[in-house]
Design a protein around this ligand. Structure first.
Ligand SMILES: [Fe+2]
Length: 185
C-alpha cells in the first residue's frame, strides 16, 4: 500500500525511524483489517460522532481529518519555534504524531459500526500496540493516548499538547458545520 500517496505530509519527516514507523503503522492497520487504499481513503472520520451529528459515512473522512490535524498542529507549532522562551519543538514528532494519532480507528470500526476492539477497548487504546509493532518510540504511543480526553493520559510534552489542541480544533470545525451553537455538542 502506498501510504506516502495517502499522506503526502510524510515526506517532510526527516527522521527515518519516525517516517517509516508511521508508514508501517498505517500499512499494518490496513492489512490487519483487509483495507485497501480505496477503502482507507473512504474510511469515515469517527462513526459515533457522525451518527450523533446526522452525518453520513462519507461526509467526513478519516484521511482528511488526519491531514487537517497534521496541518493544524504544524500551524500551532511553527510560530512558537521562533521564541527563545519556548523550548525546542521537535517538528518531526509533531508531524509523525499527528499522522498516527487516529490509526486505531481502523481496528475500532467497520463501516459505521463498532468492532469488538472498538466496543471493548474504546478509542484510541489499541493504537499503542500498533505503534509498538511499528517500532515507533514510546513518545508516539503517548501522543496517541493523550490526544483525546477519552483516556486519562494527559499530554506530558509540548508536542503531545499541540496535537491534542489541533485534534480538538479539527473536530470542533466539523461540529460547527452542523451545529449553529457549539455549546450543543
Ligand atoms: Fe483525531
Amino acid at each position: 500500500m502506498d501510504i506516502e500517496t495517502v499522506f503526502p505530509e510524510l515526506e517532510v519527516i526527516d527522521d527515518d525511524t519516525l517516517r517509516s514507523g508511521v508508514v508501517a503503522s498505517w500499512t499494518t492497520a490496513a492489512e490487519d483489517n483487509g483495507i485497501g487504499v480505496t477503502e482507507l481513503e473512504r474510511f469515515p472520520w469517527f462513526p459515533p460522532a457522525q451518527h450523533e451529528l446526522g452525518m453520513a459515512a462519507d461526509d467526513v473522512l478519516l484521511v482528511d481529518h488526519v491531514r487537517d490535524v497534521t496541518d493544524c498542529a504544524v500551524g500551532l507549532a511553527e510560530p512558537l519555534t521562533q521564541r527563545d522562551y519556548v523550548p525546542n519543538i521537535d517538528m518531526d514528532t509533531v508531524i509523525a504524531g499527528a499522522l498516527v494519532h487516529d490509526v486505531s480507528k481502523l481496528y475500532e470500526f467497520v463501516g459505521m459500526d463498532r468492532t469488538e476492539i472498538g466496543r471493548l477497548l474504546g478509542h484510541p487504546y489499541f493504537g499503542v500496540s500498533v505503534t509498538a509493532r511499528a517500532d515507533l518510540p514510546v513518545e508516539m504511543a503517548h501522543i496517541v493516548l493523550s490526544h483525546t480526553p477519552r483516556t486519562n493520559v494527559e499530554p506530558a510534552t509540548l508536542e503531545a499538547e499541540l496535537i491534542r489542541r489541533a485534534d480538538e480544533a479539527a473536530a470542533t470545525a466539523i461540529h460547527a458545520n452542523v451545529l449553529s451553537d457549539l455549546r450543543d455538542t
